[in-house]
Design a protein around this ligand. Structure first.
Ligand SMILES: O=P(O)(O)OC[C@H]1O[C@H](O[C@H]2O[C@H](CO)[C@@H](O)[C@H](O)[C@H]2O)[C@H](O)[C@@H](O)[C@@H]1O
Length: 361
C-alpha cells in the first residue's frame, strides 16, 4: 500500500511531527484554517487515529492503542500542561463578554452535542438522562436562537432524552436531520425530514448490527447500540485486558464491509458509512436550511465533548465564523476555541446567553 507523508502540528510541544499514514487512515484533510479568538489549531496524530483502518495493514494493537487514547488515564497531564492548554482554550464562561462582543450584529445559531455535553457520561448509554434544569435552559435557549442537537445517537433516541419539539435534531452523527416538530420562531411549517444522506446503508447497518451483537456477546460488558445509520460498540464496561479481544471481534465483522468505516468516541467504537458526511457537514447543512449559507452575519456556536465534534469545530474555523467550545476537564487536541469543564458549566453558559439576549431585546 502506498504511504503518504503528512506534516501535522503537535499540540503539546508546538513542534511539527511527521506521521506516515496509509491513505485509508487519512480520510480527513489536514488544513490550517484561520485562527479564531482565544484558540489555535491543534491537529495531531490523535486526529488521524480518529479513523481506524478496518482492512489492510492496521493491526489490532493499533486499534487497542486508539481505544486506550480515549481512556481518562491517558489524559493525565501536568499542571503546567493544564495551564498552557487553558491559556489556549480559555473558559467560555470567563470569556463570555468577548464572545458576545464578537457576535454583535450577527445571528447566533446554537449547535449542541448530547452525551457529555447536555448529559453527564454514565456507564449505561440507555440511562444518559439530561436534568430537568438543563432541559428548561435549552428550551429558553431555543426561544432566543435557532438551536440544533447534533448527536452520534439515533435521532429518535436523542429526541426521547431531550423531549423538546422546537429544536432541530441531527442524529446518527448528522446523517439523519429533521426540523422542529412544533412552533419554533425559526420554523413554523410541519416537521420534515431534511436530510438522510446515508439511507441506502440502512439494510447494511442492520445486518452489521446483528452480526456485531452475535460476535461480541462472549465479551462481558460489551454493548452494541443500533443508531440507525451507524452502530456503536461500547467498551466502557469491558475490562481493559479484553479490549483486544473485542477489537478482533469487531474487525472480523467489518473486514467484509469495505463501505463502512470505524471512528472512535468516548469508550466507543463507531461504525458508519464511508460517505463524506459528519457533524461538520450537518452543521453546514443546517446553516443552509436556516438561510445562512452565504451570510457573513451569522455566528454559529457549537458545543461538544467528543472526537466526532472536532469535524464541526474544524468547519467553523474554516468558515471563520463563530467558534467551537470543547467540554473537557482535561487538555485534549482540539480545533475548538474555548472550553467548558462539564455539562453543569454548559448549562451556566447557555443560561448566560439567554440572559444576555433577553437584556438586549
Ligand atoms: O454525539 P454524542 O451525542 O456525544 O453521541 C456519541 C455517543 O454517545 C453515547 O455514548 C457515550 O455516552 C454514554 C452515556 O453517557 C457512555 O456510556 C458512552 O461510553 C459514551 O461513548 C451513545 O451511547 C453512543 O451511541 C454515541 O455514539
Amino acid at each position: 500500500m502506498t504511504k503518504q507523508k503528512v506534516v501535522v502540528a503537535e499540540a503539546k510541544s508546538g513542534m511539527d511531527t511527521t506521521v506516515v499514514v496509509p491513505p485509508a487512515l487519512f480520510t480527513a484533510e489536514v488544513k490550517k484554517p484561520p485562527l479564531m479568538p482565544g484558540g489555535y489549531i491543534t491537529v495531531s496524530k490523535k486526529k488521524l487515529l480518529q479513523n481506524i483502518e478496518i482492512n489492510g495493514g492496521a493491526r489490532i494493537n493499533s486499534w487497542v492503542e486508539s481505544m486506550r487514547a480515549s481512556s481518562p488515564t491517558s489524559h493525565r497531564k501536568s499542571t503546567q500542561d493544564q495551564t498552557t492548554w487553558m491559556d489556549r482554550h480559555p473558559s467560555a464562561l470567563k470569556m463570555f463578554d468577548e464572545i458576545t462582543n464578537a457576535s454583535k450584529g450577527k445571528q447566533i445559531v446554537m449547535f449542541l452535542d448530547y452525551d457529555g455535553t447536555l448529559s453527564p457520561i454514565v456507564d449505561d448509554p440507555d440511562r444518559a438522562y439530561m436534568s430537568d434544569a438543563m432541559r428548561a435552559t435549552v428550551r429558553k435557549l431555543a426561544g432566543c436562537f435557532p438551536t440544533a442537537i447534533v448527536s452520534g445517537r439515533c435521532r429518535d433516541k436523542v429526541y426521547n432524552f431531550v423531549k423538546l419539539a422546537e429544536l432541530y435534531y441531527a442524529g446518527s452523527h448528522g446523517m439523519d436531520i429533521r426540523g422542529p416538530s412544533k412552533g419554533s420562531k425559526y420554523k413554523k411549517s410541519a416537521p420534515s425530514v431534511l436530510c438522510q444522506p446515508a439511507s441506502e446503508y440502512l439494510p447494511m447497518i442492520d445486518e452489521v448490527y446483528g452480526l456485531l451483537m452475535e460476535k461480541t456477546k462472549s465479551t462481558p460488558g460489551a454493548k452494541v447500540e443500533n443508531n440507525k445509520f451507524c452502530v456503536s460498540v461500547h467498551f466502557r464496561c469491558v475490562e481493559e485486558k479484553k479490549w483486544s479481544e473485542l477489537a478482533a471481534q469487531v474487525r472480523s465483522v467489518l473486514k467484509d464491509y469495505p463501505k463502512l468505516r470505524l471512528t472512535q468516541g468516548r469508550k466507543v467504537l463507531e461504525i458508519r458509512p464511508t460517505i463524506k458526511w459528519d457533524k461538520g457537514k450537518a452543521l453546514e447543512f443546517l446553516l443552509e436550511s436556516l438561510g445562512y449559507a452565504n451570510c457573513t452575519d451569522v455566528f454559529p456556536i457549537y458545543i461538544g465533548d467528543d472526537r466526532t465534534d472536532e469535524d464541526a469545530f474544524m468547519v467553523l474555523r474554516e468558515r471563520g465564523q463563530g467558534f467551537g467550545i470543547l467540554v473537557s476537564k482535561f487538555p485534549k487536541d482540539t480545533s475548538a476555541s474555548y472550553s467548558l469543564q462539564e455539562p453543569s458549566e454548559v448549562m451556566d453558559f447557555l443560561q448566560l446567553l439567554v440572559d444576555w439576549k433577553r437584556c438586549s431585546w
